[in-house]
Write a protein that binds this ligand. Structure first.
Ligand code: 3PY
Ligand code: MG
Length: 257
């Protein structure tokens, strides 16, 4: 899928599903994509892959899959490197205010909008256009995680940032930052209120909205709330759950001693 096709889908109210890739394993990335996830988020923040593992994970993905890369921090070098390697979207975690968001967005765009240095070493060969520079805006989305109380307070100013495409709600950090008793508890009215605020700000300022979920009921609620991209689970989370279920079931087959 190309970014213009993705945008057309969003305009048509289509929900884009996404999975977090935390293991750094190219084969799990490929399996996730071939299972039917149309987009992935390669997690360089908490995931186990280091910068040298980004390329093999990107190369393992079929062309049809949109690879978002979550960079470790608001670092222009990390954003530019992810884009040059072929990220279809860059996600910046833990921003706190519009000034930080502007800095991130500027690091993703070429002048005059930004300060990105020219050197699309791999990404120039991935797209359909022969001139990557001229059509760079058609090759990636910029996204920031809204996951701190401070960012939530500055949501209106953040949402109208020029060159920003998507607000990505992080329910885990958000509930930590808001000092809620449970993490990512979708029955907590304070968290739900925060998520609604993010979704509404995105809609108001013509940005896309995204969210991370780990429970099916939460993903369903996120769809109903109108999030454009719903990330559900991670490669490591799904494997950990499946392998635990398998061994627990095997143990239950043993005769009681
Ligand atoms: C969060 O919920 O804090 C996230 O960063 C999800 O990836
Ligand atoms: Mg987070």
């Amino acid at each position: 899928m190309t970014i213009p096709e993705l945008k057309a889908g969003f305009a048509n109210n289509e929900v884009l599903f996404n999975i977090l890739l935390s293991s750094g394993d190219p084969f799990l990335a490929e399996l996730s994509a071939r299972a039917g996830y149309p987009s992935v988020m390669i997690d360089m923040q908490h995931g186990l892959q280091h910068a040298d593992k980004l390329l093999p994970v990107l190369q393992a993905l079929p062309d049809a899959t949109i690879p978002f890369v979550r960079i470790p921090w608001n670092d222009p070098a990390a954003a530019m490197k992810a884009l040059d390697a072929g990220a279809g979207g860059v996600i910046c975690p833990m921003v706190n205010n519009a000034a930080e968001v502007r800095q991130f967005v500027r690091s993703c765009h070429y002048p005059p909008l930004g300060i990105r240095s020219f050197g699309p070493i791999r990404t120039q060969y991935l797209g359909k256009s022969s001139d990557y520079f001229a059509h760079a805006r058609d090759h990636f989305l910029t996204s920031v995680m809204i996951e701190t109380a401070e960012a939530l307070n500055d949501i209106e100013a953040i949402a109208c940032t020029e060159g920003l495409d998507m607000l990505f709600a992080g329910p885990f950090d958000l509930s930590v930052s808001l000092q809620r008793p449970q993490r990512a508890d979708f029955s907590d009215p304070v968290l739900i209120d925060a998520l609604q605020k993010i979704q509404a700000a995105a809609k108001k300022y013509d940005k896309y909205s995204a969210i991370f979920t780990v429970k099916e009921a939460d993903a369903e609620l996120a769809i109903k709330m109108g999030f454009n991209m719903v990330a559900f689970q991670s490669d490591t989370g799904l494997y950990a759950h499946a392998v635990k279920t398998a061994i627990d079931n095997l143990k239950n087959m043993l005769p009681a001693s």
